[in-house]
Design a protein around this ligand. Structure first.
Ligand code: SF4
Length: 294
């Protein structure tokens, strides 16, 4: 069978397509990315993540299975494909990509995870299922710290494998002395990301950073997403940014509405580290928002 893949808009190698490729190759099928006019596949898988991405210009004339957040949040891979070693050659992907868990107990109103993966955090794989000896492992877990036992066991496996790890954003509210020590036992592939989105994290930020420092992780290692434009006031946006900077971490503004001028200006100032260092106060940044207010 000829199998075609369409990756509409992934920003990193698409894990589901790499697994489907491995699955079909195991069953003797030919698998490749779809080339319109050249290919006449028997079956096609298409994946799309973002609603706003335009549709592809051409579709093959065959059965098409559409998955990914933008097409079908409930569609899951067949069990055999879910647990197969991904076909990393499909994207010449040099790092291992996978997840130990699915699910998140939180209910952030802007997030699709609970509706896709449920509120219960459960283990779905061990490292050996998706790691093939690469030096770097990139994890896609929704909220792995929500089960501290699973998190600590995962850190043990990652530490034993001596790999560098790139995490999805971790939850600062779930940092305890135990999870901080487990995190510190792992080699980090890049800065570790947390979020300070709302008052729900106000107390957790300094507390979590204290535990992380006690475990030997310096604050400059952490980048904090600061969501703005989703029910927060400007004073509170600036309070979070200035506090995170004073604590020695790196704040990164996430505008909820990229068309909103204030949110765009704030992000441009804070996320450009040359600007952020040379102009310590947003109020002094020459931008349409501040010109309008003066
Ligand atoms: S904690 Fe993260 S994964 Fe969980 S619902 Fe909130 S944004 Fe989504």
């Amino acid at each position: 069978m000829e199998v075609a893949l369409i990756d509409v808009d992934s920003k990193i190698p698409n894990l589901a397509l790499m697994k489907l490729s491995a699955y079909h190759k195991r069953h003797g099928d030919n698998v490749k990315f779809y080339e319109p006019l050249l290919d006449h596949p028997d079956l096609c898988y298409a994946s799309k993540i973002f609603d706003f991405t335009p549709e592809p210009d051409y579709w093959p004339d065959c059965e098409i299975v559409r998955g990914g957040v933008a097409y079908d949040r409930k569609l899951h891979l067949p069990e055999e494909a879910e647990h197969i070693m991904p076909d990393y050659g499909l994207y010449n992907c040099e790092y291992a990509l996978g997840r130990f868990t699915r699910g998140c107990p939180n209910n952030c109103p802007w997030c699709v995870v609970p509706s896709m993966d449920g509120h219960e955090v459960r283990q779905v794989a061990d490292l050996n299922e998706f790691w093939d000896g690469q030096k770097v492992v990139r994890l896609l877990d929704d909220n792995i710290m929500a089960d501290s036992d699973i998190f600590c066991r995962a850190c043990e496996q990652l530490s034993k494998a001596e790999v560098k790890v790139i995490w999805e954003a971790l939850d600062i509210r779930l940092v305890t002395p135990e999870t901080a020590r487990a995190l510190a036992s792992v080699k980090q592939g890049k800065s570790i990301h947390f979020a300070w989105d709302s008052h729900a994290q106000d107390d957790a930020v300094p507390r979590g950073l204290k535990y992380l420092a006690d475990a030997g992780l310096k604050p400059w290692r952490f980048m904090f997403y600061v969501l703005v434009g989703f029910g927060t006031k400007r004073d509170y946006d600036l309070y979070r940014i200035y506090t995170l900077r004073d604590l020695g971490t790196n704040p990164f503004v996430m505008p909820f509405d990229k068309n909103d001028r204030y949110q765009r200006d704030l992000a441009r100032w804070c996320n450009n580290k040359v600007l952020f260092k040379s102009i310590p106060r947003f109020e002094d940044y020459d931008c349409p928002t501040n010109r309008e207010r003066s």
